[in-house]
Design a protein around this ligand. Structure first.
Ligand SMILES: [Zn+2]
Ligand SMILES: [Zn+2]
Length: 290
């Protein structure tokens, strides 16, 4: 089943042509990533390799599982390619190809999440705005609402709803409030980060951020919208975790994840540090030690 497949072979060309738009977008994405992360000085080489290995994984999936991948830029396709990665022979193949296949899959994970990031970020800012408005109206009742409706264990994810930005997963405001309460309205990167007093509820102003980003909700069957997955950050750290250079983002994630990694199994969310980094577009340097 696993074998060398030349990028000039007929089967390769056929499959690439089937997914041409995704293929081209993925090359561009991988170029921007490797450029950002200083993986490569010359722009195109590695990105093209990633994209080619992605196509090879599609070929293997379709051959081995006798099933066609119709739309490549979906979480369904990502899960299908992960099935290939789980096959016993994959390891040897991966080794023999300088670990490009697994690096390509990590990069593809980042790509799919990035595709969903835009709409989810708009929904996130809405959440933080709503949270504030909600706090203004309801601060008196906060105590009554405490513990109400909160996710305590594995729960099936919600159905995406139409929002201004397109389809996105709804967030339960009570989970974010619970997260802020738990952190005592402090920035979880550094408790000493000072903000200001929020005039709506007289608490220090902090923002809610889903550590496993809501853009990755489609990857998981169970919801990731629970307080244990929500970190509270000062506005500066919040912008930073979204927009900083990969190295700085990675440091923040490393720190935040260390405090939380044990909670995810309680909600049957299978995630590890490498996957989390991939979700934020960070492809580990070790995928580079080829
Ligand atoms: Zn955020
Ligand atoms: Zn901070």
């Amino acid at each position: 089943m696993f074998r060398k497949i030349s990028a000039k072979s007929q089967i390769f060309e056929n499959v690439r042509n089937n997914h041409e738009i995704v293929y081209n977008n993925f090359v561009k994405f991988a170029e921007s990533l490797s450029f950002n992360q200083g993986i490569t000085k010359k722009k195109s080489g590695k990105a093209t390799s990633y994209a080619r290995y992605l196509i090879r994984l599609v070929i293997f999936y379709e051959e081995i599982f006798e099933n066609k991948i119709i739309k490549l830029d979906t979480y369904t396709a990502l899960h299908q390619l992960e099935e290939v990665e789980r096959l016993p022979d994959f390891k040897e193949y991966n080794q023999s190809e300088g670990r490009f296949p697994s690096a390509a899959l990590g990069c593809f994970k980042a790509y799919i999440v990035a595709e969903h990031m835009n709409q989810e970020e708009i929904t996130d800012s809405e959440l933080n705005r709503n949270l504030n408005e909600w706090a203004a109206v309801n601060s008196k009742y906060l105590l009554i609402r405490e513990g109400e409706d909160l996710v305590k264990g594995p729960k099936k994810r919600a159905t995406p709803v139409k929002s201004k930005a397109g389809m996105s997963y709804p967030r339960n405001i009570a989970e974010s409030i619970e997260a802020k309460r738990k952190s005592e309205y402090k920035c979880e990167i550094d408790l000493l980060h000072e903000t200001f007093i929020n005039s709506t509820d007289n608490n220090p102003y902090v923002e809610a951020h889903h550590l496993v980003p809501m853009a990755a909700q489609g990857y998981f069957e169970n919801t990731i919208d629970f307080a244990d997955n929500i970190v509270t950050l000062c506005p500066n750290c919040h912008r930073k975790i979204h927009y900083a250079l990969p190295k700085e983002k990675a440091e923040m994630l490393e720190f935040l994840y260390a405090n939380r990694e044990k909670v995810y199994s309680r909600y049957r969310i299978e995630v590890d540090k490498k996957m989390l980094m991939n979700f934020y577009g960070i492809i580990k340097a070790d995928s580079n030690s080829l």
